[in-house]
Design a protein around this ligand. Structure first.
Ligand code: NAP
Length: 221
């Protein structure tokens, strides 16, 4: 199978890449920096490293046109978190968060589909966050993150309905609180543990249009 992973050069995306390669699948690692040492050191023949700045629409269009093969599993993983609090919200941080966390995933999916790169019977996995769950919200370390991830959840739901006709499952996944640059060093879960669980979930998921945590438990929108 062919997996396409955005933000594959570090954190959860890199852990997913390593675990998927161990399973002998092919990985297209979509990254901003083609010289990312992590990826180059893997020395794997099953990996293609391609340039993609998910915040740039032209980059998404170019990437999707240049991609040579069809994708079984698209993992929209790239994300950004800018800490903020009301009433000190920053307009620029909202724009950047929406470009990466919401529009990046949505427009990459659209461009791949229009270029016939999404395989029938495949899956689209949007890496979301419990902080994007409206039902579970009390407070947040970042308004722009929570709001952009809640919007990503709406994209998941709408796309899941559209892709019924293509037999493609679309779902959101909260990866847990993970020890990465974003999650910080106090996070209880390693990227490898999160990645193994997410892959297990991807392999076993049968229902479209749902929001799961990395253990497979359903989360309320
Ligand atoms: N860690 C957690 O506790 C946690 C919890 C819930 C949800 N999540 C979600 O899990 C996903 C991965 O998070 P992480 O913890 O692995 O974060 P991370 O360590 O900060 O890594 C973020 C990844 O996204 C990429 N990225 C950011 N902006 C990009 C852009 N414009 N174009 C292409 N790639 C871009 C980064 O690439 P560069 O190296 O080029 O910046 C990097 O590979 C995110 O969607 C995040 O919201 C994480």
């Amino acid at each position: 199978m062919t997996f396409l992973i955005t933000g594959a050069n570090r954190g959860i995306g890199f852990a997913l890449t390593k675990e998927i390669l161990k399973k002998k699948h092919k990985v297209i690692a979509a990254v901003r920096n083609l010289k990312a040492k992590n990826l180059l050191q893997l020395e794997e023949e099953n990996i293609d490293i391609m340039h993609l700045d998910i915040s740039d629409y032209n980059s998404i269009v170019d990437f999707s046109a240049q991609l040579k093969c069809e994708v079984d599993i698209l993992i929209n993983n790239a994300g950004v978190l800018f800490k903020d609090s009301f009433p000190e919200l920053k307009y620029e941080d909202f724009l950047n968060s929406f470009k990466v966390n919401t529009l990046g995933a949505l427009f990459l999916t659209q461009e791949l589909y229009k270029n016939k790169k999404l395989k029938k019977g495949g899956k689209i996995v949007n890496i979301d966050s419990i902080l994007g769950s409206i039902s579970n919200t009390r407070t947040t370390p970042s308004y722009c993150y929570s709001i952009s991830k809640a919007a990503l959840n709406m994209a998941t739901k709408l796309l899941s309905n559209y892709f019924l006709k293509e037999d493609i499952l679309v779902f959101s996944v909260h990866p847990g609180w993970v020890k990465t640059d974003m999650g910080g060093k106090n996070a209880p879960i390693t990227p490898e543990e999160s990645a193994k669980n997410i892959i297990n979930l991807i392999e076993n998921v049968k229902e479209t249009g749902k929001f799961y945590d990395y253990t497979g438990k359903e989360i309320e929108w």
